[in-house]
Design a protein around this ligand. Structure first.
Ligand code: NAD
Length: 501
């Protein structure tokens, strides 16, 4: 039966029949952690344990790094002709597509997102990403410098070596492929450290990589906690590059670990506090309101780009907010396995407490709750939060400044363009921003003045593999996606040849 036609009961039956694998994948085979330790993997929709996961640590980092280095030096992948690497990457992508329902189910059970999203966004998006870089890699050329006639200056790219990708749980396999696809395509060996909160798809995908033809040791998966195996990888003398997506606080630690060890390259995709700016002359206020609700409630608000700060021109603030509240009411949380559900469960009890803590802080600070404001379905044992909208938020309140990573929207009013820009830029983050206006000059003006890696004009969360994604300020450095991502996983080499002798 095609995935699109499956009912909630079908998904529940499939979930009950699933075999979960919780081991690490090192040098082409599944293995327990050296310590034998495990930790529980919990379904956030009901609080029940799905399986046990290998709790990898420094000895496992040593083993996987040794395997990754050995195969890198051997050249079976790193020096494979790009055309052949391409074929294997495309097979890898095809295998993800072939297993879309199984992988989507793992993703949904593991982190609580709606099955309709994991089947249509996460897994197809991950497959597309692998295919995109596979298809690209035999079409990128090196350069010859415009030197004097007496010399030849070759500028070539080489894979960096062993890349450790440390990723979060909100789009577990998609965030991973944004890193592993360009890194693998460029010829590197990769160690993927998924989040301890959502490791299941990464573990399963490892054997698909082997099946696709990646040589053993080229792609390894080390599940475990950040402060153990994540830290061990970031401090490891034989890891050449850390590609990190996660919080700004951990991103700062990663840079410190690099400085304390071998000065490995660190690419950081960190947090955000995206301003979504709506002017009274927005072309379609209803569409803008739908987008504003989607911007904060999609994926339970667990989005680095979540439009968590709604800045509205004062003259339309009240009528516009009514529309956003109505749109939010149309996105109630539900069972993630129900194909009709648009908002699922919060990833775990810790994140639930964090989100509820911010909601309480908003109330204490004097902001007005317009929608939601608390936990839902407690009797299910799951971690559900009602889509929550605050009005009368001041920009110095914690709910306006700090990343909540949950379905909580803060609304602020502004009088004019100057104030909108000032409020929008007044945060440590700079991942994304959005502007709604019919004035084309103003759209361009703001796109220039907003300090963010992506600015959307009259849309939100639009993007494509062809455009770079990443942050200004404390949202990080480097860029995922597009051909620019290849820069992160390659070293530039100059070869200077004297032509006079
Ligand atoms: P997190 O920083 O807690 O964890 C991210 C990863 O780092 C996990 O795999 C974790 O185990 C690991 N980690 C934690 N401590 C570590 C340490 N001391 N050393 C090495 N690794 C360590 O973030 P999270 O809660 O998993 O994800 C949410 C965050 O990710 C949010 O801040 C969100 O904005 C950000 N994010 C950013 C982007 C982006 O592209 N900019 C995309 C998605 C998520």
């Amino acid at each position: 039966m095609s995935t699109a036609k499956l009912t909630r009961a079908d998904w529940q039956a499939r979930a009950a029949a699933l075999n979960f694998r919780g081991q690490a994948f090192i040098d082409g085979r599944y293995t327990d952690a050296v310590s034998g330790e495990t930790f529980a993997c919990i379904n956030p929709a009901n609080g029940r344990t799905l399986t046990q996961i290998a709790a990898c640590d420094a000895p496992d980092a040593d083993l996987s790094t040794a395997a990754a280095r050995r195969v890198f030096e051997a050249g079976s992948w790193s020096r494979m002709p790009p055309r052949e690497r391409k074929a294997i990457m495309i097979r890898f992508a095809d295998l993800l597509d072939a297993h879309v329902d199984e992988l989507a189910l793992l993703e949904t059970l593991d982190m609580g997102k709606p099955i309709s999203d994991s089947t249509t966004i996460d897994i197809p998006g991950a497959a597309r990403c692998l295919r995109h870089y596979g298809e690209a890699i035999d079409k990128v050329y090196d350069e010859i410098a415009p030197t004097a006639d007496s010399a030849l200056g070759l500028i070539t790219r080489e894979p960096v070596g062993v890349v450790a990708a440390i990723v979060p749980w909100n789009f577990p396999i998609l965030m991973a492929t944004w890193k592993i696809a360009p890194a693998l395509a460029a010829g590197n060996s990769v160690i993927l450290k998924p989040s301890e909160k959502a490791p299941l798809t990464a573990i399963r995908v490892a054997e698909l990589a082997l099946e696709a033809g990646l040589p053993a040791g080229v792609f390894n998966v080390l599940p475990g906690y950040g402060h153990t195996v994540g830290k061990a990888l970031a401090l490891h003398a034989d890891v050449d590059c850390i590609a990190f997506t996660g919080s700004t606080a951990v991103g700062k630690l990663i840079m410190q670990y690099a400085g304390q060890s071998n000065l490995k390259r660190c690419w950081l995709e960190c947090g955000g506090k995206t301003p979504n700016i709506v002017f009274a002359d927005a072309p379609d206020l209803d569409a803008a309101a739908e987008a504003a609700a989607f911007a904060i409630f999609f994926n339970q608000g667990e989005m680095c780009t979540a439009g968590s700060r709604l800045l509205v021109e004062a003259s339309i603030k009240d009528i516009f907010l009514d529309k956003v509240v109505a749109a939010g009411e149309r996105m109630p949380p539900g069972d993630p396995l129900d194909p009709a559900t648009r908002v699922g469960a919060i990833v775990d009890d810790l994140q639930l407490d964090r989100v509820l803590g911010y909601i309480e802080a908003g109330k204490q600070a004097g902001a007005t709750v317009r929608l939601g404001g608390g936990r839902m379905f407690t009797e299910s044992g799951g971690y559900f939060v009602a889509p929550t909208i605050f009005d009368n938020v001041r920009n110095d309140m914690p709910i306006a400044q700090e990343e909540i990573f949950g379905p909580v929207l803060s609304t602020l009013a502004f009088e004019d363009e100057e104030e909108a820009v000032r409020l929008a830029n007044d945060t440590p983050y700079g991942l994304a921003a959005a502007v709604w206006t019919s004035n084309i000059s103003r759209g361009h003006r703001l796109a220039r003045r907003l300090r963010a890696g992506t600015v959307w004009v009259n849309c939100f969360d639009e993007g494509d593999l062809t455009v770079p994604f990443g942050g200004f300020k404390q949202s990080g450095n480097g860029r995922d996606k597009s051909l620019h991502a290849l820069d992160k996983y390659t070293e530039l080499k100059t070869t200077w040849i004297d032509l006079t002798r």
